[in-house]
Design a protein around this ligand. Structure first.
Ligand SMILES: NC(=O)c1ccc[n+]([C@@H]2O[C@H](COP(=O)([O-])OP(=O)(O)OC[C@H]3O[C@@H](n4cnc5c(N)ncnc54)[C@H](OP(=O)(O)O)[C@@H]3O)[C@@H](O)[C@H]2O)c1
Length: 453
């Protein structure tokens, strides 16, 4: 027998196929506005493609007085809480961003047995596990495909297609602003400041770019990717991060000559290949600029594009590529989740619950990789020996060295063999103590070479 909306079977609401799914949209900014426009202008086509007809129950905003072309005024409300908990809502879409009031609104929806779709990486990175438990407790979906890498399907592949895969490493270019800035520095020879200006002029960077250029945004996404890839609870504050503001065009030019490109990477790695010990898998999650060989698939990701490269034990290497931001691309990912939530509502089921354990995070100083270091020194005899002695004292083995004259000074460019990060850190501290060393400039990890595995 068909059941009407609101008729509960245990704690799950069954919505029959001939009834529209009523959606409460919280936020009508870049993404919320694009989603509303898709639902209103493409409703018939979406119904034909997906078998689901959506109806807007309401659109909550911060400032109701603001004019919003394309959003019917009668749907707009300033009372997000009233909309979420009011009658006639099947699914809640949270597109406000940040922690407050998004968290309370999502919790309210889930506690009422209403599935939630969100694009909010900050929220999922901070309390995704608790919200997933709340969703599982109510037997409904919490879906967040758009929270990482915008339009690129990455959450569903990790949660479903690769559910049985032993994932070794996930490396992502997950922030379009920083990728645009680094690509522009590389391709046009611009300084960091000029490339940032250009990104702001073209709308690829905010007026206050800190969340992007300092790596906060990428760190939240890295936490979400690691949590899914390794079945662990990793939160944004677990992720050490370095931004791109100290990357110098000279380092990018050297990288180019040596066959590398410089990218801001979100890296999630698992070390216990024989299975997790007590306390969960041993992992590392981090965000930093790095030199990637020009032949690496991620090296070809230019401008504001994103990509995520996955290495699995059985699947081998996979890469997903596309637009990581923008109202419409992100709304497309939200719509995919909405359709999933609608089908689950109809069948009285919910999406997959990923089992989670803790994780042992390997200390940053113990991580191994090869390094690039650029050091400005006095150009006089004996300097090279003094510098090399510091590397040797800390067991950092030099793979190659190049010297460039700079008047009375010289710039020494070192590539090291694989070394422990703590040893490299102590080497840099030691070099700074030498009176012949004027400055330790660029310090970049080298990722993706054969011998760094
Ligand atoms: N933009 C992207 O390309 C992108 C990509 C991936 C993920 N995301 C994520 O998507 C989410 C939305 O981003 P966005 O760029 O669309 O943000 P946005 O343009 O700043 O829009 C935020 C919306 O939330 C509304 N709002 C603020 N406080 C509210 C409250 N208390 N109650 C109800 N509504 C409130 C704002 O209202 P007013 O209009 O009145 O100010 C605005 O409509 C964020 O979590 C973001 O991280 C965005």
């Amino acid at each position: 027998m068909a059941r009407g909306r609101g008729e509960a079977r245990s704690d799950v609401v069954i919505t029959p196929a001939d009834q529209p799914i009523r959606v409460a949209v919280l936020g009508a900014g870049n993404v919320g506005g694009a989603l509303v426009s898709l639902l209103l202008t493409e409703g018939d086509a979406i119904a034909a493609r997906s078998g689901v007809r959506f109806e807007l129950a309401g659109v909550a905003v911060g400032d109701v007085a603001r004019s919003r072309p394309g959003v019917p005024a009668e749907l707009v409300t300033g009372d997000a809480k009233g909309l979420v908990s009011g009658p006639g809502v099947d699914v809640v879409v949270e597109l406000i961003g940040g922690l407050d009031p998004a968290r309370q609104l999502v919790e309210t929806a889930l506690s009422m047995g209403r599935p939630v779709v969100t694009a909010n990486k900050e929220l999922i990175a901070a309390c995704g596990a608790a919200l997933a438990d709340a969703a599982a407790g109510s037997g409904v979906d919490l879906l967040y495909e758009a929270a990482v890498a915008g339009a690129i399907p990455i959450i569903r592949p990790l949660r479903e297609s690769l559910a049985g895969e032993r994932i070794r490493r996930v490396v992502g270019i997950v922030n379009g602003t920083t990728n645009f800035i680094l690509s522009t520095m590389s391709e046009q020879g611009l300084s960091y400041a000029d490339a940032l200006d250009e990104a702001q002029r073209l709308g690829f960077a905010e007026r206050d770019p800190a969340a992007d250029v300092d790596g906060h945004d990428a760190a939240a996404k890295a936490a979400i990717l690691a949590s899914l890839a390794f079945g662990s609870v990793v939160v944004g504050t677990d992720v050490p991060r370095e931004g791109i503001s100290s990357v110098d065009p000279v380092d990018i030019a050297f990288a180019d000559r040596l066959g590398y490109v410089v990218k801001l990477l979100a890296v999630a790695e698992r070390f216990d290949n024989d299975g997790p010990a007590e306390g969960g898998p041993e992992i590392s999650v981090r965000v930093h600029p790095a030199m990637l060989p020009r032949t690496h698939p991620l090296a070809a990701v230019r401008g504001a594009f994103n990509a995520v490269f996955i290495e699995g034990a059985a699947a081998g290497e996979l890469m997903l590529y596309g637009r990581g931001a923008g109202g419409m691309p992100t709304a497309s990912a939200v719509l995919g989740d909405l359709i999933d939530a609608a089908h689950h509502l109809r069948s009285g089921s919910a999406g997959r619950v990923v089992p989670r354990s803790g994780a042992r995070i390997r200390p940053a100083d113990e991580l191994l990789c090869a390094w690039y270091l650029s050091i400005d020194v006095a150009d006089r005899p004996g300097v090279l020996a003094a510098v090399a002695q510091v590397f040797g004292a800390h067991e950092v083995s030099i793979r190659s060295m190049e010297q460039v004259g700079l008047g009375d000074e010289a710039r020494l460019i070192f590539l090291t063999h694989v070394a422990r990060a703590g040893d490299v850190r102590r080497t840099i501290e030691g070099l700074r103590q030498l009176d012949v060393v004027d400055r330790v400039g660029g310090v970049l990890r080298i990722v993706g070479d054969q011998d760094d595995d």
